[in-house]
Design a binder for this molecule. Structure first.
Ligand SMILES: C[S@@+](CC[C@H](N)C(=O)[O-])C[C@H]1O[C@@H](n2cnc3c(N)ncnc32)[C@H](O)[C@@H]1O
Ligand SMILES: [Zn+2]
Length: 262
């Protein structure tokens, strides 16, 4: 479990934005908003504590376990490497927004690691896997994180807010995103008409705020079990297509984009 002294200078109360101090079972802000630390070590800083189940639909235990097996087998190692070079050699305080089960954060180099995800199940898995990091259940759109408290912040295939990145970064800090490129897993996607393809191509460009963007493309030749895991961790809308059977030869194509703090 992360030491409180380490994570207290970073976390902010989701109700009033103030810093926390330790409380008997967790943390408390000056206005008296208190949050318990879970057995696994994470804190739930979602205002209201939890979301309606519909908002985490698709994030099943099975798909999380598939993601864990697939990532931990190293198939996306080239993405983790490009992410690390974009982050720079070392950050003191690093935040992964939309961290999922924690693999990308485990691959990064930093003194203090923070991971945030809206899915409690994902955060539970991540906390058990990386007891040295501090995980938070919370939303990317309003990070429960103090202004100018992080040296680097990143997101891989998950929602993020550029204005929140700039708010939480210290001067001299850096943000990095990994987003799908136009050919990402195209072998697994259902065939579409050209207007949908055009819309998706636009969505597959790097974020407009990026100062630099590197395109990372590689081919994967997967054994059947890894292909099945990849299939089950990808968005459901792809799986439902009749012609989207699991394929074992796939293309990974991502943008690793980055920019400075304010
Ligand atoms: C495709 S997964 C990627 C997870 C991880 N970054 C990875 O690549 O293995 C997307 C993640 O975003 C999380 N997520 C969705 N909406 C979110 C939000 N508003 N705030 C924080 N996390 C969110 C989901 O729970 C899920 O873990
Ligand atoms: Zn408060």
């Amino acid at each position: 479990m992360a030491e409180e002294a380490h994570y207290l200078p970073v976390l902010a109360c989701p109700h009033c934005g103030q810093p926390f101090r330790p409380a008997p079972h967790g943390i408390i802000c000056p206005s008296g908003h208190s949050f318990d630390r879970a057995r696994e070590g994470y804190v739930n800083l979602l205002p209201g504590g939890r979301l309606p189940s519909s908002s985490t639909a698709g994030d099943t235990t099975e798909s999380l376990q598939s993601r864990r097996r697939f990532l931990h087998a190293g198939w996306y190692q080239p993405i983790a490497q490009a992410l690390q070079s974009a982050l720079g050699t070392h950050s003191a305080t690093l935040l992964d927004v939309g961290c999922g089960e924690g693999w990308y954060l485990s691959q990064a180099n930093a003194e203090q690691k923070f991971g945030l995800d809206i899915s409690k199940r994902a955060v539970q898995m991540a906390s058990k896997f990386m007891p040295e990091a501090q995980f938070i259940v919370g939303t990317a759109h309003r990070l429960p994180v103090l202004n100018k408290s992080c040296d680097a912040v990143f997101t891989v295939f998950a929602p993020h807010s550029h204005s929140e990145y700039l708010r939480v970064l210290r001067p001299g800090g850096r943000w990095v995103t990994v987003t799908p490129g136009p050919q990402h897993l195209h072998e697994m996607r259902p065939k579409k008409d050209s207007s949908i393809e055009e819309r998706e191509r636009k969505r597959s460009e790097p974020p407009s705020e990026a100062h630099h963007a590197e395109r990372v493309t590689f081919s994967l030749s997967l054994p059947n079990d890894a292909a099945h895991d990849l299939f089950s961790m990808t968005p459901l809308r792809w799986q439902t297509a009749a012609d989207a059977a699991p394929v074992t030869s796939v293309t990974a194509d991502v943008w690793v984009s980055w920019g400075p703090s304010l």
